[in-house]
Design a protein around this ligand. Structure first.
Ligand code: FAD
Length: 305
């Protein structure tokens, strides 16, 4: 059996595996796709101590670092279920099952997409999902934020300090964000809020040059010229397979304490799939390291051999 079995091969999972292997204990990683969201990222400018890197390059370094240690990497394998116990059973979609004394869940999350023409095509060419990551790239330019919940309104307030103008589009007839955020938003001079606005298309040439939306009251189609679109309609944790196994928040995030412990003893979690706020690479790595040290602590207190 593994001492530590990590599920997920993004920054959180890679950090967890390295920290575990450095304790000289039997460590494995099962990942559907090693690298996780970082594989889909173009420029990265906020991974501290590295001025600029690109997703695939960072993933290659992660892989290289993991390979320095005795880590059993099982890539392109999806976990279908976890059965907790003294020895947890980690069931793979291919029918195989792995046994582990401790499990670290680091399955990440994915941004909910608008699914409109142009969105995929211009992803990374004006269509963005993370204001903390990509906001500064639009300095002095015009952007839209799609989504009027807390994350959309926070993004619009954040971006308004960097870009020249923000248009926030909300599908419903009013914003869903907390009142205090709305108050702040409406106080900003360079923000326009459009409600009853359904984004229908992202337009561009080599990069984004505009957005088309349907005014849901008049039924009219309207166009806005802009350089960037931040989609803020939800972040979906990859935790469906854990329903009924570990406690999840109402957003589907794995509930963890300050040590990365889940509701099930011996099962830890880290990164974007958890309740820890601010979904960022540097945070996921720190959380992965932390969950791994907690797993080790659990092992020295519970296992006899
Ligand atoms: P992930 O990176 O999502 O990794 C999850 C891992 O779990 C993957 O290996 C996946 O295949 C695996 N997995 C999922 N389900 C299963 C399963 N059932 N069985 C087995 N394996 C499974 N952050 C920054 O700090 N700076 C940036 O500039 C930046 N830009 C971004 C740009 C884009 C386009 C996106 C999408 C994200 C960006 N982020 C950025 C956010 C950052 O990528 C995430 O915060 C970070 O990758 C989270 O790491 P993680 O290890 O928790 O999860």
């Amino acid at each position: 059996a593994f001492d530590v079995l990590v599920v997920g091969g993004g920054p959180a999972g890679a950090a967890a595996a390295i920290y575990a292997a450095r304790k000289g204990i039997r460590t494995g990683i099962v990942a559907e796709r090693f690298g996780g969201q970082v594989m889909d990222t173009l420029g990265i400018e906020n991974f501290i101590s590295v001025n600029y890197t690109e997703g695939p390059k960072l993933v290659a370094s992660l892989e290289e670092h993991v390979k320095q240690y005795e880590v059993d990497v099982m890539n392109l394998q999806r976990v279908a279920a976890i059965v907790p116990g003294d020895l947890a059973e980690v069931k793979l979609e291919n029918g195989a099952a792995l046994k582990a004394k401790t499990v670290i869940l680091a399955t990440g999350a994915r941004w909910r997409e608008m699914n409109v023409p142009g969105e995929k095509e211009y992803r990374g060419k004006g269509v963005a999902y993370c204001p903390h990551c990509d906001g500064p790239l639009f300095k002095g330019k015009r952007v839209a934020v799609v989504g009027g919940g807390n994350s959309g309104v926070e993004a619009a307030i954040d971006l308004a300090g960097v870009v020249s103008h923000v248009t926030l589009l909300e599908f419903a007839d009013k914003l869903r964000a907390d009142a205090v955020l709305q108050k702040k938003l409406f106080s900003l001079p360079n923000v326009t809020v459009l409600t009853n606005a359904q984004t229908t298309e992202v337009t561009g040439t080599d990069k984004v040059n505009g957005l088309v939306y349907k005014d849901r009251v008049s039924g009219e189609s309207k166009r806005i010229d802009l350089e960037g679109i931040f989609v803020q309609i939800g972040l979906l944790p990859n935790t469906d397979f854990l329903k009924g196994t570990v406690e999840l928040s109402k957003f589907g995030e794995i509930v963890v304490d300050a040590k990365g412990q889940t509701s099930v003893p011996g099962v830890f979690a880290a990164g974007d799939c958890t309740t820890v706020p601010y979904k960022q690479i540097i945070i996921a790595m720190g959380e992965g390291a932390k969950a791994s040290l907690s797993a080790f602590d659990h092992l020295i207190r519970t296992s006899v051999e």
